[in-house]
Design a protein around this ligand. Structure first.
Ligand code: CA
Length: 479
């Protein structure tokens, strides 16, 4: 490596962006998990910064991925639901970095559609799972070098291990005189939670602690929330839990049994992710690239881990809304930082581009949180966020369409309950309902105080703020 080239490479950092699918922050050691250990993910937090209020703007896979790549909200990028695949002609941060001379790769779960208008773009190399992909012996699709579609790659192995190995293989062949950017997207811990053989018996002889709200009665919640079909009792015993329900259990006993079956497999798949992250961090150490590489760990959204009696995501409630976000960059970011300012998935593109010294994608709507990484919070940093879930009463979970605002202290949700002809949305238009939570005295969101007169003025303020945010991002109020 020439000295001049090396100093140039040192000025421009590499970016290793590791994203899992449905990994809730409360299943990460660094976030205080009481249900599992993640020593390698914790390395990123210990050597870098942990964000405690990172939120998605639509808690579902495809839309959140589009928001991350483009830095735009889903009403702008058009990826409102699971079945609205992303137009790969949109400006994205990988395209910006590729155009600026970065070596770029996308490895793992894409989930933004396939074909000429949806395949990955902005990457020198891509090898992705078709759709959701499989846990065991997964087929993958590898883009041809001449840009004419893809080859099908078939081999044996466990998906998380293969994605990790593919990432290391690609890093190994990179030129050392140019910076690189790798998106490493894991399928795990997405439903139906199939562990590797290595971790198949992990937790077999213990009970995992139950969440405090597992028997939440949902009494004060909106009617459409009470009707959702993502309770532990809605899990399929065979496909989800891999065993028939034992005979003779009462309802409480059955919920407890279902929780253990569900959470153990969920956590087993995370154990493989943690192993893989450890291998990637070790690789950066042994190749002397750790100091000048930004390592990011996140998930496309959160997940209910039996919280409120639910699994899945989609909702604006905390467990689903929160994304884990750990960032390590020894050359510029101090070790052991914790940041509670609000950052969003739409902020990632602007941040990565600023770190790389390139222009953000055209039309992006986020705010670079580079100042937060450097411990220099701007006085006018955002103190509220806008959320919108479009996929009204989808066939699987019966979750209502809603939007809302979260501040540092409160959350207001409007269930506008209209499919609005969105692909993948269905069902009748239901009456509009509202919920309000006081996060300071009720952080677990067990009591909706929308009808409590004590909160009358707070409610007015939040409705005003919701309207202000909708106006700012260019979305249209329904109710
Ligand atoms: Ca997901």
């Amino acid at each position: 490596m020439k000295d001049t080239a090396k100093s140039s490479a040192e000025q421009r950092p590499n970016l290793l962006f590791i994203m899992s699918d449905d990994h809730a922050a409360h299943a990460i050691g660094a976030y205080g998990s009481v249900i599992n250990k993640t020593p390698n993910l914790d390395r990123i937090a210990n050597d870098g910064i942990r964000f405690d209020n990172c939120f998605c703007t639509n808690s579902i896979c495809t839309p959140s991925r589009a928001a991350i790549l483009t830095g735009t909200y889903n009403h702008v990028n058009g990826v409102t639901t699971l079945v609205t695949h992303m137009d790969n002609g949109l400006p994205t941060f990988p395209k910006q970095m590729q155009a600026a001379g970065y070596q770029t790769a996308m490895i793992g779960k894409w989930h933004l559609g396939h074909g000429p208008t949806h395949d990955p773009t902005g990457f020198d190399h891509w090898r992705v799972l078709p759709g959701q992909g499989h846990y065991h012996n997964p087929v993958m699709l590898e883009g041809r070098a001449d840009g004419s579609g893809y080859e099908v790659v078939e081999r044996g192995g466990y998906v998380t291990d293969l994605i990790t190995e593919d990432a290391i293989d690609w890093l190994d062949q990179c030129d050392s005189d140019r910076p690189w950017m790798a998106l490493v997207h894991h399928k795990a811990p997405h439903r139906h939670w199939e562990p590797s053989r290595t971790h198949a018996l992990l937790y077999d002889d213990i009970d995992i602690p139950e969440p405090e709200t597992m028997f939440d009665d949902h009494e004060t919640r909106a009617n459409v929330v009470k009707a959702m079909e993502m309770r532990l009792m809605d899990l399929d015993p065979i496909t989800d839990l891999k065993a028939p329900v034992p005979k003779g259990l009462n309802r409480t006993e059955e919920i407890k049994w279902r929780y253990q079956r569900y959470i153990k497999d969920y956590l087993r798949t995370i154990a493989s992710i943690d192993d893989g992250v450890g291998r990637l961090l070790d690789y950066l150490d042994t190749t002397d690239q750790a100091d000048n590489t930004i390592v990011v760990y996140t998930s496309d959204q959160g997940f209910f881990l039996g919280d409120h009696g639910w699994f899945d995501k989609r909702m604006m409630y905390e467990e689903s809304l929160q994304m884990p976000l750990l960032v390590r960059y020894p050359n510029r970011v101090d070790a052991g930082l914790v940041e509670d300012s609000i950052v969003l998935n739409v902020d990632f593109a602007a941040t990565f581009c600023e770190l790389a010294g390139v222009e953000p994608p055209a039309g992006q709507q986020g705010s670079s949180f580079l100042p937060l990484l450097l411990g220099k919070k701007p006085d006018d940093w955002q103190t509220s966020m806008y959320y919108r879930y479009w996929m009204h009463r989808d066939n699987d979970h019966n979750v209502p369409a809603h939007y809302g605002v979260r501040t540092l202290t409160h959350k207001l949700i409007c269930y506008y309950n209209d499919p609005l002809d969105q692909p993948g949305a269905s069902g009748p238009i239901d009456p509009v309902e509202w919920e309000l939570f006081d996060l300071e005295i009720d952080p677990l969101e067990t009591t909706n105080v929308i009808d409590d007169p004590v909160y009358a003025s707070v409610q007015i303020e939040l409705k005003t703020e919701l309207g202000r945010l909708q106006d700012r991002v260019g979305d249209t109020p329904i109710a």
